[in-house]
Design a protein around this ligand. Structure first.
Ligand SMILES: Cc1ncc(COP(=O)(O)O)c(C=O)c1O
Length: 340
């Protein structure tokens, strides 16, 4: 096998041995197929290509000290893909099919699950697309659900180190009553322009404000946002952000650590009051924020004055990662084992 430098993996695509696929035809799901090809044969009039009938998920598996593989919150990802499918009128993937496909893809690619202690993990990418041909705007009559996996390192190259992010006022990733709460490709297409501008100016990602009034914090690029103040974990609730499973988990952990938890609209000006701020997601895990720069109105919010992640973010990060790696017991039922 080609040797992989596990400790220096970036968040990118690495070819693995197999992917799994399942078609929905005439309203029924077929058998799970195992493929080694990385390609899909697709009709040129498929609705995924023209009308954005495309949904995906992202979850991770981790190898523990005991060499066992642990998948994190598979059922929640299945639920979110279910909601996304309903939101853009696609065939729904039953939880059982989602689970079988994810666990099979991990088992078949076991040699790509990074070793314990390298900081790398196996990223799992379930994908649901309309494959049926339509020329008028309507839902497809045929769908493909597939799962591929790829070993990854940290999303932000800094890892668990504070990053600088930029408030984006010229672009929105989603409309106020649009598809922001679904994991559909269109939201990411809409974010590319602002992301490129942020990167170009030296920022790790963008901070989106609510698209209706620009008065509240929405989310931080491909991650949710949280702030910490007075032993309280504060995170935006908004119709235009993706409900992050990492964020949901951190709220539980914060609560169990004796913190208060508030999930509510977070006014922009509250940024000035936080002791710590962070971005959270499957890929970002917790990425502490050092600075939020708002170039259009010349404002800067600074955290981590000593350049290090704050104590609350650090504790939450360590707790989450320890559960994911199996270093600490999982009292929540968040972990599933592909070998069980
Ligand atoms: C736009 C956006 N927000 C938030 C998240 C974080 O969600 P999760 O914690 O479920 O990965 C992601 C990543 O999936 C995302 O793409």
């Amino acid at each position: 096998m080609e040797s992989i430098d596990w400790r220096n993996l970036s968040f990118g695509y690495v070819r693995t041995d197999y992917n799994v696929r399942c078609y929905n035809r005439d309203g029924k799901w077929g058998e799970l197929e195992i493929m080694s090809s990385e390609y899909i044969q697709l009709h040129m009039a498929a609705t995924s290509l023209h009308y954005g009938q495309e949904a995906f998920e992202g979850l991770k598996a981790f190898r523990g000290k005991d060499n066992r593989v642990r998948v994190f919150r598979l059922a929640e990802n299945a639920k979110r893909m279910h909601n996304t499918a309903l939101g853009i009128k696609m065939a729904v993937v039953p939880e059982d099919l989602f689970r079988r496909a994810v666990l099979t893809a991990i088992r078949l690619n076991d040699r790509f699950v990074p070793p314990y202690g390298t900081g790398a993990s196996l990223y799992i990418r379930p994908l649901l697309i309309g494959t049926g041909a339509e020329v008028g705007v309507k839902p497809a009559s045929e769908y493909l659900f597939m799962v591929f996996v790829t070993p990854v390192g940290p999303y932000f190259k800094e890892g668990f180190k504070p990053v600088d992010i930029m408030v984006c006022r010229d672009y929105d990733r989603a409309a106020p009553l649009g598809t922001g709460c679904y994991k559909v490709g269109g939201n990411y297409a809409a974010s590319l322009m602002s992301l490129e501008i942020a990167h170009h100016k030296g920022f790790s990602t963008t901070l989106y404000l609510d698209p209706k009034e620009k008065k509240y914090i929405d989310e931080a690029g491909p991650a949710n946002f949280f702030g910490i103040r007075n032993n309280c974990y504060i995170t935006p609730s908004s119709k235009s952000i993706l409900p992050s499973i990492t964020n949901m988990s951190l709220q539980q952990l914060a609560w169990d650590m004796g913190m208060q938890v508030e999930c509510r609209p977070v006014p922009y000006d509250e940024l000035a009051t936080f002791e710590e701020a962070g971005a959270c997601g499957t890929a970002a895990v917790i990425t502490p924020i050092r600075k939020i720069v708002d170039p259009d109105i010349n404002r800067i919010f600074e955290y981590c004055s000593d350049g290090k992640p704050g104590p609350f973010s650090t504790r939450l990060y360590q707790k989450l990662v320890s559960i994911q790696n199996g270093d600490e017991p999982d009292p929540y039922g968040w972990i599933e084992h592909p070998d069980a």
